[in-house]
Design a protein around this ligand. Structure first.
Ligand code: CO
Length: 204
C-alpha cells in the first residue's frame, strides 16, 4: 500500500543525511523555527517549499481558506505555542489567488459544514461589497476578496490576546499578510505588517 510514497520517503531521508549527517539527530532534540505560517490547505500551496525552508525552520498551521478565527481552539493552540514557547519572530498569514474556499464562501451553493467554516469570508465580502462589486471581472473580484480575507486574518492574529500579551512584555513579533500566485509561484507582500499593538485598528 502506498509503496511509492514509502520509497520516496526512504530516498528523501537518505538525501538529507547524505547532505548533512547530523540533520535528523539535531532536529530530534529541538525545533527552533522563527516563523509561523498560517496558510490554506490547498495542495498547490506547500509552505516550506515556497519559501525554501527545511524541516525545523517553519511552524505551520493550514486550514481551508487560511482562516484565523478567534474561537478556533486548533488555531489558537498553534498560535499560543508558536508565540509563547517557540517565540517565533514572524507570523505570516498566506492566502492564495484562485482559492476554492474563498470562492465557495460567496457562490451561493450549499455544501454543509464548510459553509459555517467559511462564514467569516462572507462577512468580509459584505463589509467590502461596494468596492468588490465595482470590479467587473469575476476572477479579479475573487482575487481581491482573497487579499481582503488575508488582511482580516492578519487583524485577527494581531488583536489576539496571546499576541497582544507578547507585545506588552516587549517580545519582538511581527504579523504579515501575503498572497501566493498559483500561476507563477510568487508571493506578494500585502504590506499590512503589524509589529505592535497600536497599528491593529488601521487594518480593514
Ligand atoms: Co485555498
Amino acid at each position: 500500500m502506498l509503496d511509492h510514497l514509502k520509497a520516496n520517503n526512504r530516498a528523501w531521508s537518505q538525501r538529507m543525511v547524505a547532505a548533512d549527517a547530523g540533520f535528523f539527530r539535531r532536529l530530534e532534540r529541538q525545533q527552533a523555527p522563527q516563523y509561523l505560517w498560517i496558510g490554506c490547505s490547498d495542495s498547490r500551496v506547500p509552505a516550506n517549499e515556497i519559501v525554501g525552508l527545511d524541516p525545523g525552520e517553519l511552524f505551520v498551521h493550514r486550514n481551508v481558506a487560511n482562516l484565523a478565527p478567534p474561537q478556533d481552539a486548533n488555531y489558537l493552540s498553534v498560535l499560543q505555542f508558536a508565540v509563547d514557547v517557540l517565540r517565533v519572530k514572524h507570523v505570516i498569514v498566506v492566502g492564495h489567488y484562485g482559492c476554492g474556499g474563498v470562492g465557495a464562501a460567496v457562490d451561493g451553493t450549499r455544501r454543509g459544514l464548510v459553509d459555517h467554516w467559511l462564514h467569516p469570508i462572507r462577512e468580509v465580502y459584505h463589509e467590502h461589497r461596494q468596492a468588490l462589486e465595482a470590479i467587473p471581472d469575476q476572477s479579479a473580484r475573487l482575487d481581491r476578496l482573497c487579499e481582503l480575507n488575508v488582511i482580516r486574518q492578519v487583524k485577527n492574529v494581531a488583536s489576539d490576546v496571546f499576541v497582544q500579551d507578547a507585545w506588552a512584555r516587549g517580545q519582538d513579533l511581527q504579523v504579515h499578510g501575503w498572497v501566493y500566485a498559483l500561476g507563477n509561484g510568487l508571493v506578494r507582500d500585502l504590506e499590512v505588517t503589524v509589529g505592535g499593538p497600536q497599528a491593529v485598528e488601521n487594518l480593514g
